[in-house]
Design a binder for this molecule. Structure first.
Ligand code: NDP
Ligand code: 8X3
Length: 254
């Protein structure tokens, strides 16, 4: 993809990492971001051996606007001008329980990462897309942004916010020909549940027992599909579920 760059937040794991791999395979240059620098370096090394596309890495926390701004300033103007796709993927759930037992710190982590993170990164990159009068923002929503389920409260609220922001961005950015796609997956087996259950690997693996969950690559392929439509076509929204999952609460386990 010559000089085109894809900027991916949360590329150190799961859906973000799988997206980095598929875009790289298809010749795109990448800007990969996340907090775990050693994983970014490892992924860059792995991808470097495959083809000649460029891979830049930026270590920052999307919760902090200052960190986001400083990190993106490190990119050359030439790269920033050539970012044609932004994948706002960094996100997490922390805890799962009734609202009255929720912890303030968990709520802040989810709200600051899932909502403010999308805003912080988009704010920094939008001026370049506007100038180009083209671009594509792909936000990772969730089935939790379409429905709510017991114990999902604040996580569901943040993903409903992402859903709303995707719709709002699409309208506001119409004059600049910038596409906005909301991706809403059901259960995907990544590090998501390990993070949600605060490192409890047993509880995390139970989430995916008895059915075939989506894999990160399934979502990365859908993201790539949305990103590779012709200029006049926008995929607004994709809800992607494991075949065994009818809704957030309806899982057919065997
Ligand atoms: P993972 O836990 O495997 O990956 C999450 C990524 O987000 C990591 O790369 C992590 O990087 C990054 N991240 C988290 N917090 C921050 C932060 N404060 N600053 C920068 N990066 C951060 O989960 P998934 O791949 O499953 O999740 C990706 C997205 O998909 C999320 O938005 C999630 O809500 C959404 N989603 C996931 C589903 C699932 O079932 N797995 C279903 C529906 C949506 P690092 O820790 O290095 O910073
Ligand atoms: C992750 C999917 O159903 O655990 O967004 O909320 S779910």
């Amino acid at each position: 993809m010559q000089n085109k760059y894809v900027f991916i937040t949360g590329a150190t794991s799961g859906i973000g990492k799988a997206s980095a791999e598929i875009f790289h395979k298809n010749g795109y240059n990448l800007v990969l971001t996340g907090r775990r620098k050693e994983r970014l370096i490892e992924l860059k090394e792995k991808l470097k051996t495959n083809n000649n596309s460029s891979v830049e890495i930026l270590e920052f926390d999307v919760r902090s606007y200052d960190e986001t701004e400083k990190a993106i300033k490190l990119l050359s103007i030439d790269i920033k001008k050539n970012i044609s796709i932004l994948i706002n993927n960094a996100g997490l759930a922390v805890g799962k329980g009734p609202i009255d037992t929720g912890l303030l710190d968990d709520w802040n982590r989810m709200i600051d990462t899932n909502i403010k993170g999308v805003l912080h990164v988009s704010k920094e990159l939008l001026p370049f897309m506007k100038e180009n009068r083209s671009g594509h923002i792909i936000n990772l929503g969730s089935i939790a942004g379409k429905e709510v389920y017991p114990g999902g409260n604040v996580y569901c609220a943040t993903k409903h916010a992402v859903d709303a922001l995707s719709k709002a961005m699409r309208i506001d950015l119409l004059p600049y020909f910038i596409k906005v796609t909301n991706i809403a997956p059901g259960a995907v087996e990544t590090e998501f549940s390990e993070v949600r259950f605060k490192g409890d690997k047993d509880l995390a693996s139970k989430t995916y027992e008895g059915f075939s969950p989506l894999m990160a690559e399934d979502i990365a392929e859908s993201i790539y599909f949305a990103a590779s439509r012709p200029a006049h076509v926008t995929i607004n929204d994709l809800t992607i579920m494991p075949t065994a999952q009818g809704s957030s609460q309806n899982l057919f386990k065997q």
